[in-house]
Design a protein around this ligand. Structure first.
Ligand code: PHB
Length: 367
């Protein structure tokens, strides 16, 4: 049997990815402050990383209401679509591929980030124990209002429009962000979803919104060009679920029926511990999905190489290593040393700590 390696091609829908090294979605808070519009600096940053097998854009709000942090980009206005076109053109000019990650933060927001200082929205009126960046500093999230059943139909529609906008902006596909305690994850979990209607209660009811959104997305994109990101065992953003195995076994089985391109799991605690206690199993969940499996969370060269060789994962999404190493694919191929991330420049600002990380052989990343 021949071994797969990180540098083999992979078919995803009708796309051929040149390698298995994916750039994970990474919030960098560098959209234009007026209108949350992507611009030339963002295009340069993504184009520098175009040798990834696939780039997943930073999380991108589908509506003004879906925003939870200052200076994150949107994908609902004409200006934003034009801005994203700069990004996708720049990535394609370097022979790359980029999916848009579609995001609604739900209760992970603050009134000051919402239109007319309104309360953020959520499945139930329960505040999260979490903080958001309001442009000046970190503030506790505001108490949300519970969505009505008809509001929910409007949110499905916002996702559909965002998917159309992603197509018009030249993206190669879309990833539905249903992880990390944001709106769709809030619906999935019994700690944040106390609804008495068809969107609350059983795992099937709590998963209804995610599935309705995915169905809407498949009306716009070929299913093979759609992925979904889940974080079944993470407690990030104050998420709480009494039985995540039951919740996510149902979710993954339903997703599998839609034949989407890939399942992207954050394995363990977001940005933290990978080990799971007895009874919680990533293996069990991914065995329920027949498409491409993308793994994320704390992968380094050795872990990624072993996982791909063992065929237990198809793609590995690297987050922090891609921030500091625009040429991560080449560095992994050569076994070269990696640059370290400058923590001070992660969120907000300009090109410093964004487009100025060096590539191998001391050439500048822009060359
Ligand atoms: C963040 O902005 O902190 C953030 C955004 C999206 C995630 C996780 C964290 O999935």
């Amino acid at each position: 049997m021949t071994k797969s390696t990180l540098f083999d091609t992979l078919s995803l829908g009708d796309l051929t990815l040149p390698n298995r090294v994916v750039m994970a979605p990474l919030t960098r808070n560098r959209a234009l402050h007026d209108g949350d519009v992507p611009h030339a600096l963002n295009a340069e940053y993504y184009a520098q990383r175009a040798s990834a097998g696939l780039i997943i854009s930073e999380a991108t709000q589908i509506s003004p209401e879906g925003k939870g942090y200052a200076f994150t980009p949107g994908i609902y206005s004409d200006e934003q679509v034009k801005g994203w076109q700069l990004v996708t053109d720049a990535v394609h000019a370097k022979d790359g591929r980029i999916f848009a990650q579609l995001w609604h933060v739900g209760r992970i927001s603050h009134t000051s980030l919402q239109l007319d200082d309104q309360a953020p929205v959520a499945p139930s009126a329960i505040a999260a124990e979490a903080q958001v960046f309001d442009g000046e500093g970190f503030v506790s999230t505001s108490k949300p209002r519970a969505l009505t059943t008809s509001d929910i139909a409007g949110i499905v529609d916002d996702y559909r429009k965002a998917a159309i906008n992603a197509k018009n902006a030249g993206f190669d596909g879309i990833e539905l962000h249903a992880a990390n305690g944001y709106l769709l994850d809030q619906f999935l979990r019994d700690g944040s979803n106390k609804r008495g209607d068809e969107y609350g209660g059983t795992p099937a009811n709590r998963a209804r919104l995610v599935i309705e959104v995915l169905e809407a997305l498949t009306e716009v994109w070929d299913a093979g060009r759609i992925g979904i990101r889940l974080s079944p065992f993470s407690q990030f953003n104050g998420i709480d679920d009494s039985d995540p195995m039951a919740t996510f076994s149902h979710v993954v089985k339903k997703i599998n029926e839609l034949n989407i391109g890939y399942l992207h799991l954050i394995e363990g605690e977001t940005g933290g511990e990978r080990d799971l206690p007895e009874g919680k199993s990533i293996e069990a969940l991914k065995s329920l999905f027949d498409g491409v499996y993308m793994a994320n969370n704390g992968y380094d060269q050795e872990l990624a190489t072993d996982a791909v060789e063992a065929k237990s994962v198809d793609l590995v999404a690297f987050g922090r290593p891609f921030i500091a190493n625009p040429d991560l694919v080449e560095r992994l191929a050569q076994g070269a040393e990696l640059n370290t991330v400058n923590e001070a420049t992660l969120y907000g600002g300009g090109g410093e700590g964004y487009t100025d990380y060096p590539i191998l052989n001391t050439r500048s990343a822009a060359a």
